[in-house]
Design a protein around this ligand. Structure first.
Ligand code: ATP
Ligand code: MG
Length: 566
């Protein structure tokens, strides 16, 4: 990583690292790592960890951040996940350079380390089965019981462990355990399992191994092998830190990284565990890991989120030591802030109502000037066609308007954005349903692109699209995937899926867009005036059939929430 960048803000982790550098700990090196298990797609919580680890490396000259796949569990891991993780980290704008590692590359070394522990009489082969191990472990209030196999001789342990590796025993028949303390108040220290037998091919090592190391044993040693200086992880690993340190101390390794825990990101209206996200994918509750309603990075990307918005979000939430839940509205605020600056404005009508301008000649049309982004004059202007038949939004008209409804109604005049004042003269209804199907209006030719010369005012400006020129598109409107702010908080045994929002997706099959959107490229983002931010779907949109996803509405709830929180 060539350049350094200033820190976002000094959180407690950055303060510790600054102090270490001052004391010349680790010879002034800063090496962090992001260690995903390739058993699912990355989500917005991972983005917090990625921004922290890669961010800290970038803030120090010579700092590096490793991408390490923590691939010790062959039952759940797949190459598809490895690839998606790499592309998501890159999309967030980070680069691991040469530092791409796999815990599975250390299987030989890890095996040697376990042999060392056995030789020191600090590990033993145990024949208790999983249930028995659990039973012997005791509870928070009762001490554990020592395994009858704990006193095996070093020679016997070496022999059995070697035969475990050779494939002589069945799954679950034996494990290698650390010999620590069955009375420890910390359950993780009650002779934790280091290796288990699993006759199953691994996505990278194939059939070479039938014993696989456990997370706690693998993680600290992988950190040490790679010369990590600060091993940053989420709070649930706080109770594992004594084991992290025990393994490295007993093996007397050269590099003993410091584990520091921080609070994981929780977001309202969202579940974040990969297990649960996989359940949604596998059960068909969403269309895939990249469904735009998913909190995955690929889902957010498809929804129209930008790298900048997600990094801004991660900066704003900061790093703390105590768990909390961040309001989803903050994430939406960040994407609005970014797209407000960069998204060109266009006009689109989602639920079209036909408007005929009776005094506009049938064979005429004209090009009107429209501003691409009032926030950024460098984005210029464009021409939009106007003609006798237009579409406006159905809910911009009310036949019998209540007070405070200032938009179109019989006898009322409004402005059409960038065009003319129009006045509603007549309403055509479907004979059977009574539904309004067409409005007849007149326009005032003297109001083109501006105000009325006689100074009369209108109270509303509507967006519209010329019917003959309109491009059709499918538009997908998204709402929260869950109905409740904390879908994880159900009573014991309650399924989080019962909180799914049945209205999280609404499909509008024939929206009318201004003609400039013909052929819009997948991934391009727009503000549909008065409606929200939309982007062309990365997967389903084609030249012949445009598909848009609503990224966010224009309504900002975050400012209100922030105010009420003081
Ligand atoms: P999950 O619980 O979603 O399955 P995990 O912790 O098992 O997540 P890993 O692939 O092991 O997922 O995580 C890789 C890194 O990302 C770890 O260092 C982990 O602490 C961090 N991480 C995972 N979820 C979050 C989160 N919600 N907030 C911050 N960091 C997270
Ligand atoms: Mg995990």
């Amino acid at each position: 990583m060539p350049e350094t960048s200033p820190p976002v803000s000094m959180d407690f982790i950055r303060t510790i690292i600054a102090e270490d550098l001052k004391n010349n700990k680790n010879e002034g090196r800063v090496v962090t790592r992001f260690p995903p298990e390739p058993n699912g797609y990355l989500h917005i919580g991972h983005a917090k960890s990625i921004c922290l680890n890669f961010g800290i490396a970038l803030e120090h000259e010579g700092g590096t951040c490793h991408l390490r796949f923590d691939d010790t569990n062959p039952t759940k891991e797949e190459t598809e996940y490895v690839e998606s993780i790499m592309s998501d980290v890159r999309w967030l704008g980070f680069d691991w350079g040469e530092h791409l590692y796999y815990a599975s590359d250390y299987f030989d070394q890890l095996y040697e380390y376990s042999v060392q522990l056995i030789k020191k009489d600090k590990a033993y082969v145990c024949d208790l089965n999983a249930d028995e191990i659990r039973e012997y472990r005791g509870t928070l209030t009762t001490p554990g019981k020592e395994s009858p196999f704990r006193t095996r001789s070093v020679a016997e342990n070496l022999d059995l462990f070697q035969r475990m590796r050779a494939g002589e025993f069945e799954n679950g028949s034996r494990v290698l355990r650390a010999k620590i303390d069955m009375a420890s108040p910390n359950l993780n220290m009650r002779d934790p399992v280091l290796y288990r037998i699993l006759h199953m091919p691994h996505h990278r090592t194939g059939n070479k191994w039938c014993i696989y190391p456990m997370y706690d044993f693998t993680h600290c040693l992988s950190d040490s092998i790679e010369g990590i200086t600060h091993s940053l992880c989420t709070l649930e690993f706080e109770d594992h830190r004594p084991l992290y340190d025990w393994v490295l101390d007993e093996l007397d390794v050269d590099c003993h990284p410091q584990q520091i825990e921080f609070a994981r990101l929780n977001l309202s209206y969202t579940v974040m565990s990969k297990r649960k996200l996989l359940e949604l994918v596998a059960g068909g509750y969403v269309t895939g890991w990249d469904d735009p309603r998913m909190p995955t990075l690929s889902g957010l990307r498809r929804r129209g989120y930008t790298t900048e918005a997600i990094r801004d979000f991660c900066d704003r939430i900061g790093i703390a030591k105590r768990d909390s839940t961040v309001d989803l509205a903050l994430l939406e605020y960040c994407i609005r802030e970014d797209l407000n600056k960069r998204a060109p404005r266009v006009m689109a009508v989602l639920r079209p109502l036909r408007v005929v301008i009776d005094n506009y000649p049938e064979d005429r049309s004209e090009e009107l000037d429209a501003v691409n982004n009032p926030e950024d004059s460098s984005m210029g202007t464009r021409k939009i066609p106007f003609s006798r038949v237009l579409y406006i939004e159905q809910d911009d008209f009310m036949e019998d308007p209540p007070k405070k409804f200032y938009r179109l109604a019989p006898g009322r005049e409004v402005r059409l954005r960038y065009a003319y004042f129009i006045k509603c003269m007549d309403v055509v209804k479907d004979k059977e349903t009574g539904q309004v199907i067409e409005l007849h209006c007149t326009y005032d030719p003297d109001t083109r692109g501006g105000d009325a010369p006689d100074g009369r005012k209108v109270k509303a400006t509507l967006h519209w699209v010329s019917a003959d020129h309109a491009v059709e598109a499918e538009v997908r409107l998204y709402d929260h995937l869950f109905k409740t702010p904390d879908p994880d908080a159900g009573k014991e045994g309650m399924d989080f899926k019962t909180h799914l929002n049945p209205k999280s997706l609404e499909i509008i099959s024939s929206a009318k867009l201004e003609p400039g959107l013909q052929g819009a490229t997948p991934g391009s983002r727009y503000q549909f005036e008065r409606l929200g931010y939309f982007c062309v779907d990365l997967k389903d949109s084609t030249k012949n059939r445009l598909v848009f996803n609503r990224t966010a509405t224009l309504r900002d709830t975050w400012v209100k929430i922030a105010k009420s929180q003081g």
